[in-house]
Structures are given as structure tokens and as C-alpha cells.
Design a protein around this ligand. Structure first.
Ligand SMILES: Cc1cc2nc3c(=O)[nH]c(=O)nc-3n(C[C@H](O)[C@H](O)[C@H](O)COP(=O)(O)OP(=O)(O)OC[C@H]3O[C@@H](n4cnc5c(N)ncnc54)[C@H](O)[C@@H]3O)c2cc1C
Length: 451
């Protein structure tokens, strides 16, 4: 068995931190030895982009699978790609975009592994049309606590398939994933920027344009109040056809120019994100954008935050919490108003606030449901956790839920109420992992483990 290193780990939000025994296996045999070798609990970790404690395991094992990152097979006719779970979305884009293929679903950063993406059953800006990643995954190989490897698909071990997508690494270690890439003619998005003066205009824009555009996202200005509550800049688009590009771009439609990506070199002091700073930033973003047609390159469209490496350091040493929730369609408008008003009144503000529309969803613990989802960043500060508890109650009262891949503080009594399929998921977990070998801080904190 390869040696472990005891070290402090965090998720992307840098809150909380946990001392874990970290393994970095390079071979399957090493991984099997770690998984089945000892009775202590373990959890897989990919690129560590989950915000909270999903890939932490205080005083126990964390298995970093990023070295298991070979691409194994690709069929250009069907777009089916098979690769190891440590391959990142960025690597898939790097290799396959030039061949005219793109991942079917991408999150707001490309620096996530495929294993982590399946475990969180990630969604992108096209959920209303494409649903979550699981829809495009045809099968994966899962290493169970016994060391046995099972192929899971809609036909083979379907319960394990549906419990593992969105199952936050708690059914086993995903070794390989087969998914269908999408054929694209260019690396560009043909669309528009819409400006919404308030929340009703934002929702109206999503509803009016959803047949026209496959991808949509709104950046809400949290500084807006009363009549301007929910004012936002909305990016809408479809993959551009080659013909839609200007002649100069048409020569190499699958290439985009490289850009300089600065790094935040150290933790910024806490005053950087004072509520005044947040307000000024939000107001500037809203004021800077002009409505009208746009051609976006895929990086600016999907991954604007990736242009600043280590942007999570701007929140300083204490870190931050991302709060992402979803409301059922018929409760979304009222839920959004209630939450945005509560945030404005509380005065803490959110640096980045993102609104998206969700469509139908499968999976036992997958987060999305048809309706609207809001994601907000809050620097860790006095009173924050109590405030977020209040937001949980508001969300639950309207039949919504909170996203586990972003979470660092949800209480167990909320978990069961928000995820009605939890008991069914626990049955599958119990059968696959009777001794709860797969565990994490998140799992223990929100009560995911069956007794
Ligand atoms: C800037 C930013 C934007 C984001 N935008 C979105 C978004 O738009 N939509 C969205 O859905 N998510 C979004 N996320 C969240 C992110 O996509 C998920 O948290 C994803 O799980 C991160 O993958 P990772 O490889 O970093 O996994 P980690 O953070 O390392 O782990 C996340 C979970 O996956 C499990 N896991 C990892 N690898 C394996 C494996 N091989 N086998 C079994 N389990 C495994 C871990 O145990 C853990 O529970 C965003 C995150 C960031 C930082």
C-alpha cells in the first residue's frame, strides 16, 4: 500500500478544514489496497472543487484519484468517450474540442474531474434542455468497499448507478466513466446579453428565450433592492455554427485565442469583501454590460472565473461558503424574492450571485428539480451560519433543497426533508457498503450514513 500523508485539507471555499490521511495512488492495484486494506473509513477526492466538506474525512482516509487520469477509448461516430475518473473536463476539452466534440454538461469551472462530476451529478447552463451529467453517462466502473469492481449502467446494477450519480462518493470509488460527447462546429457561442431591470424581467427572459437558446445564466446584482430587486445581466447562447462565424474565425472555428490568466497570489485581507466592496462590484458588473447580440468564446461563456487562478483567495483566510438552492417551478419566483430581500436586509451581500433554470431530473440524491436555482457566495463571518439556517427553512418550506456539492453547514434534520429519496438511497448504500467504509465529513454532518 502506498504511504499516506497526514495534512490539512479544505474544499474550494477553504471552509472547513480537516486533518486527513491523504493517499495518491497511481495504479489500480494501489487503490484496491487502500480501499480494502483496513477498517478505517475513506472517501475519494478529485480536484477538490466541491466548496465544502464533501471530499474531507477528518482523521481518516482521503484518496486523491487525480493520478488515475488516462483516456482509454473514443468512438468518433457515436461520440462515446471512456476515460479514468481523474481526467478533468479541461483535459477533455483540450483533446476533443479540436476534433469537434465538447462535454455535454459542464459546471462553472473546467478544473473538475470526471469522477467528482459524476459523484455530484453536476449541472450546467443548459439543464433546462440537457438535464444533468448523468443523462449523458452511459456507464461507469465502481470499486466497492470489498475491492470488487462493478460495472454500473441503466441496465447493469441500475440501483447502484442511480445511487452513485449524485451520491457524493459514498457508494465507492468511480474508476472509469463512459460518456457521450456532443458534436460541435465551433468553439464559439452565438447569442446575446439581455439586461433585466428586476427579477420578473429576468424570469420572463428565461421563459421567453428557452426554446431559442440551449444555454442561459443570469448574474444577479445583489445590490438591487425594491423595484430593482433581482436586476441582472443574462447571457444566452447556442454553439455557433461554422457559417455563423466571421470569415477570419471560420478558418479555424474550433480554436480560440489563448488569454492571460492572472493568479490571486495570497489571501486578501478581510476588508476587501466588505459589504461596500461587494455592492460596488455588483453595481459595476451590472453597469458595464450592454444588451445586444454577442459572440462568446466558450471559456468566457462557461468558465469566466477560471481566468483568475486561485480566486478563492480573495475571501481571505477565513474562507467562504457557497449557498446554492433550488425551488420547485411554482415556488421559484416567491422564493427568490423572499431570499433576495432577506439577504439585502441582512446586509452581508453576496459577491457573485447566479440564477439558472432547471428542467427534469433523475437520480436519488441529484440536486436539480424543475424550477430556478440560485447560487451565492458569502465570506465566513459572525452570524453567517445562523443566517444560512434561516435560508434553509425558507427553502424547505417551499419544497426546495440545498446542493450538497456546495454545502459546508446544512443540518441533518434538513437533509431528509429536502431529499425525499434519501431512505431509498440509504438502502442501496447499506447493500453496497454495509460497514460504511465510505464516509466523509459531509456524510456524517448531514446524516447520510445508514445506521
Ligand atoms: C468555480 C466553481 C463553479 C462550479 N460550478 C458548478 C456548476 O455550475 N454546476 C455544478 O453542478 N457544480 C458546480 N461546481 C461544483 C463542482 O462541479 C462539484 O463540486 C464537483 O464535484 C467537483 O469535482 P472535483 O473533481 O473537484 O471533486 P471533489 O471536490 O474532489 O469531490 C467532490 C465529490 O465527488 C466525490 N468524488 C470525487 N472523485 C470521485 C471518484 N473518483 N469516485 C467517487 N467519488 C468521487 C468526492 O468524494 C466528493 O464527494 C462548481 C465549483 C467551482 C469551484
Amino acid at each position: 500500500m502506498p504511504p499516506a500523508k497526514r495534512a490539512a485539507l479544505t474544499g474550494w471555499g477553504r471552509y472547513p478544514s480537516a486533518e486527513c490521511d491523504i493517499f495518491r495512488p497511481e495504479k489500480l492495484a494501489e487503490l484496491a489496497a487502500i480501499v480494502s486494506g483496513n477498517a478505517t473509513s475513506l472517501i475519494a477526492r478529485g480536484a477538490g472543487r466541491a466548496y465544502g466538506d464533501a471530499a474531507l474525512n477528518q482523521a481518516h482516509r482521503v484518496v486523491d484519484v487525480q493520478r488515475l487520469n488516462r483516456m482509454l477509448a473514443f468512438d468518433a461516430d457515436s461520440g462515446l468517450l471512456r476515460c479514468e475518473a481523474g481526467v478533468t473536463i479541461a483535459e477533455i476539452i483540450e483533446v476533443f474540442l479540436r476534433r469537434g466534440f465538447f462535454p455535454p454538461v459542464v459546471p462553472g469551472t473546467q478544473f473538475v474531474t470526471l469522477g467528482g462530476s459524476v459523484a455530484a451529478d453536476i449541472h450546467g447552463k443548459s439543464h433546462h434542455r440537457d438535464s444533468s451529467l448523468a443523462t449523458h453517462v452511459t456507464s461507469f466502473e465502481l470499486m466497492l468497499a470489498s475491492g470488487e469492481v462493478k460495472r454500473c449502467s441503466r441496465e447493469d446494477n441500475p440501483d447502484l448507478f442511480w445511487a452513485t450519480v449524485g451520491g457524493m462518493g459514498l457508494t465507492g470509488v468511480i474508476l472509469e466513466v463512459e460518456l457521450r460527447l456532443r458534436k460541435v462546429e465551433s468553439a464559439w457561442f452565438d447569442g446575446e446579453i439581455a439586461i433585466a431591470a428586476n427579477l420578473d424581467e429576468a424570469i420572463e427572459t428565461f421563459e421567453r428565450t428557452e426554446r431559442q437558446y440551449g444555454y442561459s445564466v443570469a448574474w444577479i446584482d445583489c445590490a438591487g433592492t425594491r423595484g430593482s430587486l433581482g436586476r441582472s445581466v443574462i447571457n444566452l447562447g447556442n454553439v455557433a455554427s461554422r457559417e455563423a462565424l466571421a470569415p477570419a474565425l471560420r478558418q479555424q472555428p474550433l480554436r480560440i485565442p489563448r488569454r492571460f490568466a492572472p493568479t490571486v497570489p495570497f489571501n486578501l485581507p478581510n476588508f476587501t469583501l466588505s459589504s461596500l466592496g461587494i455592492k460596488a462590484f455588483n453595481t459595476a458588473i451590472y453597469a458595464m454590460n450592454r444588451k445586444g447580440p454577442r459572440l462568446f468564446d466558450y471559456q468566457s461563456f462557461f468558465f469566466p472565473l477560471d481566468f483568475i487562478h486561485h480566486w478563492n483567495r480573495i475571501y481571505g483566510k477565513r474562507g467562504f461558503v457557497q449557498y446554492q438552492c433550488v425551488w420547485p417551478a411554482n415556488e421559484s419566483r416567491e422564493g427568490l424574492i423572499e431570499m433576495l430581500e432577506a439577504i439585502a436586509k441582512w446586509g452581508g451581500g453576496s459577491f457573485l450571485t447566479v440564477l439558472k433554470k432547471f428542467g427534469p431530473q433523475d437520480g436519488m440524491l441529484s440536486f436539480p428539480m424543475p424550477g430556478y436555482t440560485l447560487a451565492l457566495d458569502f465570506p465566513v463571518s459572525k452570524g453567517l451560519m445562523e443566517f444560512l439556517d434561516r435560508l434553509d427553512t425558507m427553502v424547505l418550506t417551499r419544497g426546495g433543497r440545498v446542493y450538497l456539492a456546495k454545502d459546508a453547514r446544512l443540518k441533518p434534520e434538513m437533509m431528509g426533508a429536502m431529499y425525499p429519496n434519501l431512505a431509498r438511497w440509504q438502502q442501496v448504500k447499506r447493500a453496497a457498503d454495509p460497514n460504511n467504509r465510505f464516509s466523509s465529513n459531509l456524510a456524517r454532518r448531514v446524516g447520510l450514513l445508514p445506521s
